[in-house]
Design a protein around this ligand. Structure first.
Ligand code: GCU
Ligand code: CA
Length: 138
């Protein structure tokens, strides 16, 4: 199935703000998380069925150091202090992709900064889910 796109500027933002002062983003902007430990963006994504979710996070990090963030799904950290590596400048975007078990229906995906440098700028999250069941023959 095609990925569903969830714009960060439409997600729940705690200690940060939607901004648009750099180029190359999707939607109306991106989220600039405050440069502190614990700033977060939480996406609510819909899974058509329980299975393996693929989460592709588009971000920019115009510094020279990785910006680590915990990725939690429904309150469980599935990728601790995940490194969002430098992207040359704030107008250059990269995608970090991981997989995680998800339940059918609504799932909460939260990215929380774990360093005082805060989050990378976040553009969107693309989400797809595949069933853990065997595909029927075609
Ligand atoms: C700059 C940049 C912001 C970014 C910030 C940071 O201020 O313009 O978009 O979020 O650096 O270091 O986090
Ligand atoms: Ca910031």
């Amino acid at each position: 199935a095609a990925a569903a796109r969830y714009e960060a500027e439409s997600a729940t933002i705690v200690k940060g703000a939607a901004e648009s002062n750099h180029s190359g983003y999707s939607g109306t902007g991106f989220v600039n998380g405050d440069n502190v430990v614990g700033s977060y963006v939480e996406f609510t994504v819909d899974a058509a069925l329980a299975g393996t979710g693929t989460i592709a996070i588009r971000y920019a990090n115009g510094t020279t150091d990785a910006r680590p963030a915990d990725v939690a799904v429904n309150g469980t950290v599935v990728s601790a202090a995940r490194a969002f590596d430098a992207t040359t400048d704030w107008n250059t975007w990269a995608t970090s992709t991981l997989t995680t078990p998800v339940k059918a229906g609504s799932n909460k995906i939260r990215l929380t900064s774990t360093s005082a440098n805060g989050l990378p700028n976040l553009d969107y999250l693309d989400f797809t889910v595949t069933s853990s069941d065997t595909e029927p023959p075609t």
